[in-house]
Design a protein around this ligand. Structure first.
Ligand SMILES: [Zn+2]
Length: 140
């Protein structure tokens, strides 16, 4: 009798631990999303992060959010933060000219000089993401 209640208590503790761990993991993902939007170069690009977290994301996020993240990448992460009320509906992520990272998919952009004082930024996933007429701020 005692053994069986101990066993069920242990099961309960394991389950609680699992739930708490799930919450921690979810928080870690949200921390990455916030950083990847506000200060992308302080964290790994989306593809690197996704590769090592895809199973965790599938486990702790609802299926709809998992699909959102899989297909929309950083844009999906932004929508999740907006749905949680952490970001305003009209939030605009910082320009790739400033961050050096694509605001759609979270990959690093490449800077191409198009001519005197101008050029474009391209993203390995999205293609050209931004044209500019003058030097980008980060290249001053
Ligand atoms: Zn992109």
């Amino acid at each position: 009798m005692i053994e069986s209640s101990d066993a069920s208590l242990l099961k309960f503790e394991q389950r609680t631990h699992f739930v708490n761990r799930g919450r921690e993991v979810l928080d870690e993902c949200l921390i990455y999303f916030r950083q990847a939007l506000a200060n992308p170069t302080s964290v790994p690009p989306w593809s690197i992060w996704w590769e090592s977290n895809v199973e965790v994301v599938q486990r702790v996020f609802p299926p709809l959010d998992y699909v959102r993240l899989k297909h929309r990448r950083l844009r999906g992460a932004m929508q999740i933060l907006q749905n949680r009320g952490e970001l305003p509906e009209n939030y605009v992520p910082p320009s790739p000219l400033i961050t050096g990272s694509c605001a759609e998919c979270g990959e690093r952009v490449t800077n191409h000089r198009g001519g005197v004082g101008g050029g474009y930024l391209s993203c390995p996933t999205c293609g050209v993401v931004c044209n500019y007429d003058t030097r980008p701020p980060r290249c001053v």
